[in-house]
Design a protein. Structure first.
Length: 98
């Protein structure tokens, strides 16, 4: 049985890998940061948190405070190590395709 963190990583990778635009954008980030895991991780985490903030804010605007709180609580705070693992995966993908 996997932990919530491991499941999040698996789900994140599944979504990005199967979305051509998201995958291309992610590989551009990898190239931009020249494979530096910590820099890639930081950018991926910051972008993800920004998206979640936008979703939660939209829910609040629609009057769904509980839904907004639930989204935020479930999807914020995965931490650096989670996004480091995601970043390492895409760095390895770049190396395989290089």
């Amino acid at each position: 049985m996997s932990t919530a963190r491991e499941q999040f990583v698996e789900d994140y990778l599944l979504v990005v890998t199967n979305d051509r635009d998201a995958y291309s954008e992610t590989m551009e980030i990898v190239a931009e940061h020249e494979g530096k895991v910590s820099a890639i991780s930081d950018q991926l985490r910051e972008e993800f948190e920004e998206y979640i903030s936008q979703v939660a804010e939209r829910e609040r605007e629609l009057g769904h405070q509980t839904g907004a709180d639930l989204i935020a609580q479930m999807l914020f705070g995965w931490g650096d190590s989670t996004f480091d693992k995601i970043a390492r995966h895409f760095v390895e993908q770049k190396e395989v395709t290089a």
